[in-house]
Design a binder for this molecule. Structure first.
Ligand code: PEP
Ligand code: MG
Length: 356
């Protein structure tokens, strides 16, 4: 077992610096989720296509009070400088629910997950958002900034933030600050209402990224942190699969980039499933980059699409997992064939229902 793991680690590391591209040449944006400045020391930036989710809460959690514009500016600038030419998707402050700040007493709520969190907080406490957006826009002169809004429920929320961004940009320029010309603005799809409002929302944004950690909890009405409903909190439920494929379909029809940044994307078979649905980007925790890249580089798009087609016929989470497990077995056969230096037969490609 040890030598098998060793071989696997070697196989992963030899391809880690190569592009996340399928054998048929489709390139996938494989980015990284960052939740602390220390995360940067845990992976090689050149192995990624950028930061797909910068959870800015860490900056707020690691202080004794709300960080000033200047503090935030300096930190974001450092992040951009770390990343060079690669884009950084900065998510605006997402507190409330499972994420609390030690110095900010949230009101006692009966249903915190359905309450005052994410964009709902920062659109009410607008100064919080203004300070963060000003810092981010100032830092945009030193890198490639993308802004992402958490917990969006309605189109109105998106339009309100965009108006604020326009005002702040003009204000900063008037004050003599340099701001990047093009700062794409996207939303996280985490609330079921945003899934169904996507045909309208998509026209107003530059990209979408699905936060499956929350979307799963809200779709299935199963608290992400409550073990009593842990069996229901299941990203493989057919209802979740349907919602995910709907989002990809709508975004692609509009020609807008769509990605998944929830933990789900970090598991390599889920990653293939999402690619099969049409997602063009995945953002995963640093330790999953090489595993996901390995799977992408070995699986033709058609095979991923077949995995999705098979999954879409299943009627339960267990059924979906069985399909993914079988496809994973076929992927392992390819790896084994590579180890002994022979080409896998077409029937061994994951997703090829005939190959066993
Ligand atoms: C998510 O909800 O999937 C997500 C990426 O955001 P967080 O886990 O920080 O809520
Ligand atoms: Mg979330």
């Amino acid at each position: 077992e040890r030598s098998r793991l060793q071989e696997r680690a070697e196989a992963l590391s030899t391809q880690a610096g190569l592009p996340a591209e399928t054998p048929d040449g489709r390139s996938v944006d494989l980015s990284v989720n960052i939740e602390s400045i220390y995360d940067f020391s845990t992976f090689d930036i050149s192995h990624t296509d950028g930061v797909g989710l910068l959870r800015t809460e860490f900056l707020y959690m690691e202080r004794k009070q709300f960080p000033s514009e200047e503090e935030q500016y300096r930190l974001y600038r450092r992040v951009f400088e770390n990343m060079g030419d690669l884009p950084v998707t900065l998510r605006t402050l997402d507190i409330g629910g499972d994420k609390q700040l030690p110095y900010f007493t949230m009101p006692k709520e009966l249903n915190p997950a359905l309450g005052w969190r994410g964009i709902r907080v920062t659109l009410q406490w607008k100064d919080l958002l203004r300070v963060q957006l000003r810092a981010a826009l100032r830092a945009s002169a030193h890198g490639k900034l993308k802004l992402m809004l958490p917990m969006i429920t309605t189109l109105d929320e998106v339009l309100e933030v965009q108006e604020m961004i326009r005002e702040l940009r003009a204000q900063l320029q008037e004050q003599g600050y340099e701001v990047a010309e093009n700062v794409p603005v996207g939303v996280m799809i985490e609330v079921p209402a945003a899934v169904f409002a996507l045909p309208q929302i998509i026209q107003e944004v530059d990209f979408v990224s699905v936060g499956t950690n929350d979307l799963v909890q809200y779709l299935l009405a199963a608290d992400r942190d409550n073990p009593f409903v842990g069996n229901l909190y299941d990203p493989h439920q057919p209802a979740v699969i349907e919602a995910l494929s709907y989002v990809a379909r709508i975004a692609r029809a509009e020609g807008k980039p769509c990605s998944v940044c929830g933990e789900m994307a970090g598991e390599h078979m889920n990653a293939l499933l999402l690619i099969g649905m049409g997602y063009d980007g995945l953002s995963v925790a640093p330790n999953f980059i090489s595993e996901v890249k390995y799977a992408i580089r070995r699986t033709p798009t058609q095979a991923s699409e077949e995995i999705f087609q098979e999954v879409a016929l299943e009627r339960s989470g267990d059924g979906v997992r069985r399909v993914l497990q079988e496809a994973s077995g076929r992927l392992m056969q390819i790896t084994a064939a590579e180890r002994i230096g022979k080409e896998p037969s077409p029937g061994q490609i994951p997703g090829d229902g005939n190959g066993q």
